[in-house]
Design a protein around this ligand. Structure first.
Ligand SMILES: [Zn+2]
Length: 493
């Protein structure tokens, strides 16, 4: 194998003369490879050297040291008598460094990525750690210089949503051109007035795609009364997912029945599950009392007063939201259950030892999860019974029912099949949900009307209110809009 030359490590187009180490720096002297250069005025190439000067460039660090290039650059005389520029300095080319740059192009590229990924201050901190001392202002300058050129043409279809300056504390508004898929502007807050003022300055806007909240709706009505407002696809999809989850939540009692775990033997539960189970039983008692009162025709307000529960809770109970029995503690254990069972059967009944073995196998969960499993198993065996399977929480059921069947584990596939057989209304709702998703995905507006009719006749109602503005075809302007649809779950009949 040929020995790599030291030139191979410098940017293409430079010849390295000497390399020396001074303290924490590597100094590299170099000169351009090309014998001539093109005039910056007329473009004609010249070999007539006028003088030399030195350009200093910071480069990528090497071997834990900063690297500085000292490049001997030439000035040339232009041979073109018609050219106004008699003397010109040679350019190093975009692959080495830009005109007047103090960093090599490859270093600039890395700083750009750092700045985009982390922002000024954190990027500067990280850059210092990896031997790239640059200020946060420099990083932002690099990012700005490489920013996309400003938009041209008229802005007709915009998407408006909020983004977090600081999550949970401060939010701004992002406005995108949905036809060109580019960010148009960032507003400092999400106040209706700010957005309305911005929209009012853009009278050419025809369509405003927005979230389902009222604030941006008011802004659009005020600032862009000429524009059609549509719900963006993400928010409609999210709405549908929430509606399905709500339907699952309300079907938890029949799901429990379908999975054969309506009868819980408290003796088989671990301490943590016991506490959750006791709470569930208590809640069930109070829910029964609420339902009994409602059956007598007592108003929600009066029930709330009599039972000392909030009106929101009473309303929730009457709509069928009974909640989960257990919180989903065993998610992390799922993929490891087979292995755990095998180890147990092989004679290892010590929770800590089981956990250590699983850790070695890549299990990321805590010791407690495994010891709880072991306790339950021990009690189950002592009672001479097969362990009763606890029902997964509503969110997990919803996920299992809506993800791709091929991604399900065998155990989950059996659970889903049992639920769909035992609670056919939920199975029907899943099919409706999937068809709605597909409709949005392929922008099939023709499918909406039959879907609405059918879902009205289905046992599990997902009520959909479609605004009068659905005449806008899906994605005529961009993939982001669909009709303004509102999904809401109702109790299965
Ligand atoms: Zn010239």
């Amino acid at each position: 194998m040929p020995r790599p030359s030291r030139h191979a490590m410098s940017p293409v187009g430079l010849v390295v003369d000497t390399v020396s180490i001074e303290g924490d720096r590597v100094l590299v002297s170099a000169h351009p490879m090309s014998p001539d250069a093109a005039c910056t005025g007329c473009g004609q190439r010249s070999v007539r050297i006028h003088s030399h000067y030195e350009r200093r460039l910071q480069d990528l660090p090497a071997h834990g040291r900063c690297v500085r290039f000292r490049v001997q650059v030439r000035r040339f005389r232009c041979g073109n008598s018609a050219c106004k520029r008699q003397i010109f300095g040679e350019l190093l080319g975009p692959g080495v460094a830009l005109k007047a740059a103090r960093r090599t192009a490859r270093l600039d590229g890395i700083l750009h990525h750092l700045g985009v990924a982390l922002g000024g201050r954190p990027a500067a901190r990280l850059a210092r750690q990896v031997m790239l001392p640059v200020s946060r202002d420099t990083l932002l300058r690099v990012v700005r210089r490489r920013a996309l050129p400003p938009l041209t043409g008229t802005l007709q279809v915009v998407g408006i949503d909020d983004f977090a300056w600081k999550r949970g504390q401060r939010y701004g508004t992002i406005i995108c051109d949905l036809e060109r898929r580019r960010i148009v502007d960032l507003l400092p807050d999400r106040e209706a007035g700010t957005v309305a003022a911005w929209l009012a300055e853009h009278a050419e806007i025809r369509v405003v795609s927005r979230d389902r909240g009222g604030s941006y709706g008011r802004s659009a009505t005020e600032g862009a009364p000429q524009a059609i407002q549509v719900a963006d696809r993400w928010h409609v999809m999210e709405n549908a997912t929430a509606a399905f989850l709500e339907a699952v939540r309300r079907s938890m009692p029949p799901i429990r029945q379908a999975l054969g775990s309506t009868v819980i033997d408290p003796a088989l539960l671990t301490c943590a599950e016991r506490i959750q189970y006791d709470g569930f039983v208590r809640r069930q008692d109070s829910h029964q009392a609420i339902k009994a009162l409602a059956a007598q025709g007592v108003s929600i307000k009066a029930i709330a007063r009599q039972t000392a529960r909030s009106r929101k809770l009473v309303r929730g109970v009457l709509r069928g939201g009974d909640g989960d029995m257990f919180r989903g503690r065993q998610d992390t254990l799922g993929p490891h259950l087979a292995r755990l069972g095998a180890d147990w059967d092989a004679g290892c009944h010590n929770g800590a030892e089981l956990w250590r073995r699983m850790r070695a196998d890549g299990f990321g969960g805590g010791l407690r999860v495994v010891t709880e499993w072991a306790t339950r198993r021990r009690r189950g065996e002592k009672a001479g019974r097969i362990m009763s399977r606890t029902v997964p929480p509503a969110r997990q059921v919803s996920r299992m029912m809506t993800i791709d069947r091929e991604q399900l584990s065998k155990a989950d596939a059996i659970t889903v099949a049992a639920i769909e057989t035992g609670v056919p209304a939920l199975g029907a709702a899943r099919i409706l949900f999937e068809r709605f998703q597909q409709m949005l995905r392929v922008r099939d507006i023709a499918a909406l009307a039959p879907w609405l009719l059918e879902q009205g006749a289905a046992c599990l109602r997902l009520s959909v209110k479609v605004s009068a503005r659905t005449s806008l075809p899906f994605g005529r302007h961009s993939p982001k809009h669909g009709p303004t649809a509102r999904l809401k779950a109702r109790s299965p009949s």
